[in-house]
Design a protein around this ligand. Structure first.
Ligand code: HEC
Ligand code: HEC
Length: 348
């Protein structure tokens, strides 16, 4: 059966199977033919996903980075959240410091104090940062910024040149505290009779909420089960409060009902959700919260041209710093205009 496939093809089809879970591809070439679903992953598609980097540096692209080049990039793309020295603005993650705190009741887990491998830093930044625009940095920029974050943690010197080889040779301070757990695996036996009544089972913990999201809301201590649900609830409460003040009753759930939005605003909803909500959904870093009529009234009075100018070029006002295009310089001016319309119309 395999005779009809040469070894290159076989490799490809095996890869397609391996990637199945992540890409929702449904299996091998043979299956694709039979059920008419799924495609063989192209080389480019595989390359787009295949970006993991191992502790020995395998997977790192070619390039070299310097602390000096990383400094300005970091200040531009990362410091609004992580602080100029990696100290973390507000309650955004701290990236530097914290050595020796791991055994304390409230350890400060940072790249320097906690992470076992430097390669993870390159992988993480390339994959996930900046938070609002993952994959927007070039491989070269990631090298520079990685060098700078390592420098902030006093792991490399100012003149260190970060390359594929030198990155893999870096020993992180906490590396030895990661080891293979020698305890045997245990697993539950499936219950087949006289089992507990599912209705009476109590869920003690859920996977959701491992990354605390409660800190997105000012004054909230406990992590919320779902960020979105929490935001919606907050916005609804706020609107309801204001509606009551004005003697109205609120019928639509959440912020302004879709029916009342202009075409321009509707077109901006997705951009808002992808690029602006991270701050404007909760009022983070002093941003005016969408749906908060008081916070927007004065701003809206300035008129659309000024609001748009501030959103596109960035703006430093009385309450905080609005980064150019919210940090998403890849957005067109038109997309930003649509998002601003959405925000304004949902806040008046
Ligand atoms: C808009 C805010 C924001 C910006 C800008 C941002 N980050 Fe982050 N960063 C986050 C958040 C939020 C997390 C935590 C994500 C999570 O836990 O799922 C994070 C996590 C990280 C972590 C992992 C921290 C840890 O110990 O787990 C690193 C490293 C990091 N960011 C680096 C960067 C770098 C480098 C840049 C600039 C290229 C950047 N970030 C820009 C918000 C931001
Ligand atoms: C990292 C957080 C952050 C992100 C992301 C963000 N903003 Fe802002 N934005 C702010 C802050 C903070 C202010 C308030 C600045 C001030 O008045 O001091 C603001 C203010 C604004 C204003 C009002 C400007 C004025 O003149 O009063 C507009 C409009 C705006 N943002 C649009 C956007 C749009 C559109 C996006 C997404 C493309 C976006 N913002 C993403 C933080 C953010």
């Amino acid at each position: 059966m395999f005779k009809s496939l040469d070894s290159k093809q076989m490799k490809k089809s095996l890869l397609a199977i391996g990637l199945g879970a992540a890409l929702a591809f449904t299996g091998s070439i043979a299956q694709a033919g039979k059920y008419g679903i799924g495609d063989t992953a192209t080389k480019d598609q595989i390359a787009g996903w295949d970006i993991d980097i191992r502790p020995d540096g395998k997977g790192l692209p070619a390039g070299e980075g310097t602390v000096e080049a990383g400094e300005s990039l970091y200040e531009e793309r990362c410091a609004t959240c992580h602080g100029l020295f990696g100290e973390g603005e507000g309650r955004w993650p701290v990236l530097a410091g914290g050595e020796g705190t791991l055994t304390e009741e409230r350890p400060t887990k940072t790249v320097g104090s906690y992470w076992p491998y430097a390669s993870t830093l390159y992988d993480y930044i390339r994959r996930a940062m900046p938070f609002t625009a993952p994959r927007s940095l070039s491989d070269q920029q990631v090298y520079d910024i990685t060098a700078y974050v390592l420098y902030l943690n006093e792991i490399i010197e100012e003149d260190f040149v970060l390359t594929k080889d030198s990155l893999a040779s870096i020993e992180m301070p906490n590396q030895d505290n990661f080891f293979v757990d020698p305890r045997p695996d245990v697993k539950n036996v499936r219950c087949m009779k006289n089992c507990a009544d599912p209705k009476k089972l109590k869920i003690a913990g859920t996977l959701r909420g491992i990354t605390p999201v409660g800190h997105f809301v000012e004054g909230a201590d406990a992590p919320a089960a779902s960020h979105d649900a929490q935001m919606e609830q907050e916005q609804h409460k706020e609107k309801a409060r204001k509606a009551t003040l004005k003697g109205e009753t609120l019928t639509s759930h959440g912020s302004a009902g879709a029916a009342s939005l202009s075409e321009m605003a509707l077109a901006g909803k997705a951009t808002y959700e992808g690029a602006c909500k991270v701050c404007h959904g909760s009022g983070l870093t002093g941003s005016p919260k969408v749906g908060d009529i008081d916070a927007w009234a004065g701003r809206i009075k300035q008129g659309m041209p000024i609001l748009l100018d501030h959103a596109i070029k960035g703006f430093s006002g009385d309450t905080g710093v609005m980064p150019p295009k919210g940090g998403r310089v890849d957005l067109s001016d038109k997309q930003v205009e649509q998002a601003v319309s959405y925000m304004v119309e949902s806040s008046q």
